[in-house]
Design a protein around this ligand. Structure first.
Ligand SMILES: [Zn+2]
Length: 294
């Protein structure tokens, strides 16, 4: 569906920075999208489309571009146009920590899809950045673009996940005024950061537990192997049995049964070997079987 949204429909100038006058844009179509902040020193305060790398101009509308000369973007049967989605959970992410999340105003020709929109023109309303973007960069972006740039301890993709899990907040942010957005973020960001850290701490603890377990298992097998090679079979058997019990191996039939059989064989072999040693000693106490030489 293509609709035409006139620029400046609400008629109010939208000035949010003393340096830059943000273009007058309607609040008709607003969606979530991602950008990338420049990596090079001279581009640290510039905003780029994450896939095409096209810079978004400060202080004037970003205009969609298309390689086809046959239509103006966004073409109905084409993929061109400036993208935005309604649900932050629909956003795609690259591993770059230069990516930022934000809300964009779209106007001009707008094609509505199942998850969002493609439009002819756009300008960011506000940006949410993660720990990869410094305070100095945020200030530079605000000065340059004239829109609020918020910092968070969480990477943008985690922020997007929290927003996707809380559609009421996501929609309130998408449609809210600057002050409403600022208030809402001041309320939500600390809680999301705390929960994000908790999740990460739990994941780190679990990873450490698994690492320890693997190290203990390796140490057990080393002990068992060395003990066996040195001829101290009971120590080797005890090490293997200890590992099997601690690792829950004995409760796993396909591992436990062969292991029990192997242990039984080892015990028998060990007993016979021990017997032989004892019976070949200076003062044999017992002789069982016919192969000892008292
Ligand atoms: Zn096109």
């Amino acid at each position: 569906m293509t609709t035409s949204v006139p620029a400046g429909a609400d008629g109010t100038p939208d000035v949010r920075s003393p340096d830059v006058r943000v273009p007058d844009v309607p609040v008709a179509v607003v969606g979530w999208r991602t950008w990338r902040v420049g990596r090079r020193a001279q581009q640290r305060h510039e905003l780029f489309s994450p896939l095409t790398g096209t810079p978004w101009p400060p202080g004037r509308p970003m205009l969609a571009d298309c390689a086809s000369p046959r239509h103006a973007p966004p073409g109905d049967a084409c993929g061109c146009g400036l993208y935005a989605v309604a649900d932050p959970g629909d956003l795609g992410w690259s591993p770059s920590d230069h990516e930022v999340l934000g809300v964009v105003s779209l106007w001009g020709e707008v094609v509505e899809g199942t998850r969002g929109w493609r439009a002819a023109q756009g300008y960011p309303r506000f940006l949410l950045t993660g720990p990869g973007i410094s305070g100095e960069q945020r200030a530079g972006l605000t000065r340059r673009l004239g829109v609020p740039v918020y910092g968070s301890e969480l990477p943008p993709r985690e922020l997007a996940a929290f927003l996707a899990a809380d559609p009421a907040t996501a929609d309130a942010l998408r449609h809210g005024s600057d002050s409403a957005v600022a208030d809402l973020l001041a309320d939500r960001l600390p809680d999301w950061a705390r929960r994000g850290h908790e999740t990460r701490s739990r994941a780190a603890a679990e990873a450490a537990r698994r690492r320890n377990q693997a190290e203990r298992r390796a140490a057990t097998w080393r002990t068992a192997l060395v003990a066996w090679l040195l001829g101290v079979q009971p120590v080797a058997l005890a090490a293997i049995a200890g590992w099997a019990v601690a690792g829950g191996v004995l409760t796993t039939p396909w591992l436990g049964v062969p292991l029990l059989v192997a242990l039984a064989v080892l015990v028998m072999v060990s007993a016979r070997a021990g017997l032989r040693r004892r019976t070949t000693g200076r003062r044999p106490r017992a002789v069982v079987g016919g192969r000892s030489k008292p």
